[in-house]
Write a protein that binds this ligand. Structure first.
Ligand SMILES: NC(=O)c1ccc[n+]([C@@H]2O[C@H](COP(=O)([O-])OP(=O)(O)OC[C@H]3O[C@@H](n4cnc5c(N)ncnc54)[C@H](O)[C@@H]3O)[C@@H](O)[C@H]2O)c1
Length: 253
């Protein structure tokens, strides 16, 4: 019996990076997984890898900024596999990493908040009402160390991720007696497309990121996925409202 046998999970932004690694880890642990992303073809590839390995998955296109897409995602998951046990709200964007606040574009702020804050809000609303009806569940929101400390030259991103930690704590308290757990994960720089695109725009960036982390290296998506899996599973049954750092020691500095 593995950790998630018989459980049903969904992951947003699961076409790549941390979301993809989380979907694969949940499926390996026995969960049936709804793999969703705004990039439907990428979601399909992740789902196909799960099916090829003998797991259970469906894929769909879902833009988390659209509440109708999110409701359809939760409904499709329940239709395919039954009541939702775990949800990983991972979809997120970085915005611009180069502008200081007074130079930053207002439209960029709107876009970052739409995906990182409103997207998580939309997902939590749909997931919490489904889980309440089913009598329990575990939600994991992917925040960031930028949800706990100020990330340089990323004010919009930092504000959005502090908001995700806030949503997580507030919902954890409100639903604690109702069988629902809500936690956040706060990774430091992790080797995904998001970080690679920041490095591509500024070759010194890789060095700066590695120097910022006491372990001297980037995180790997699979390392983050292990913590996602633990928080989704009953192994973390007394944990709620927690913002778990996976950061090679960055926040301890
Ligand atoms: N990589 C890091 O260093 C790092 C560190 C801390 C937190 N995070 C967070 O981890 C999460 C995943 O990021 P990643 O690093 O794996 O990046 P990534 O770019 O590899 O993956 C993000 C995924 O989200 C999807 N997405 C973007 N907008 C969407 C939308 N509106 N609706 C649905 N899907 C959408 C993208 O298509 C992509 O597949 C994000 O929330 C990010 O903020 C990343």
């Amino acid at each position: 019996m593995t950790q998630m046998d018989g459980k049903v999970a969904l992951v947003t932004g699961a076409a790549s990076g941390i979301g993809q690694a989380s979907a694969l880890a949940l499926a390996r642990a026995g969960a049936a997984v709804c793999v969703s992303d705004i990039n439907g073809a990428g979601a399909e590839e992740t789902a196909q890898s799960i099916l090829d390995a003998g797991g259970k998955a469906i894929s769909l296109t879902c833009d988390v900024t659209k509440s109708e897409d999110v409701s359809a995602m939760v409904a499709a998951t329940v239709d395919a596999f039954g009541p939702l046990d775990a949800a990983v709200n991972n979809a997120g964007i970085a915005g611009s990493f180069t502008d200081r606040l007074h130079e930053a574009d207002d439209a960029m702020l709107e876009q970052v908040l739409a995906v990182n804050l409103r997207g998580v809000w939309n997902c939590m609303k749909a997931e919490l009402s489904q889980m309440l009806a089913a009598g329990g569940g575990s939600i994991v929101n992917i925040a960031s160390v930028a949800g706990l400390i100020g990330a340089p030259k990323a004010a919009a991103y930092t504000a959005s991720k502090h908001a995700v930690v806030g949503l997580t704590k507030s919902a954890a308290v409100d639903y604690a007696k109702l069988g629902l757990r809500v936690n956040a994960i706060c990774p430091a720089y992790t080797d995904t497309a998001m970080v690679q695109s920041a490095i591509a725009g500024n070759p010194l960036m890789a060095h700066i990121m590695e120097r910022a982390i006491p372990m001297g290296r980037l995180g790997q998506p699979a390392e983050i996925a292990e913590a996602v899996l633990w928080l989704c599973s009953d192994a973390s049954s007394f944990v709620t409202g927690h913002a778990l750092t996976l950061d090679g020691g960055l926040v301890a500095l």
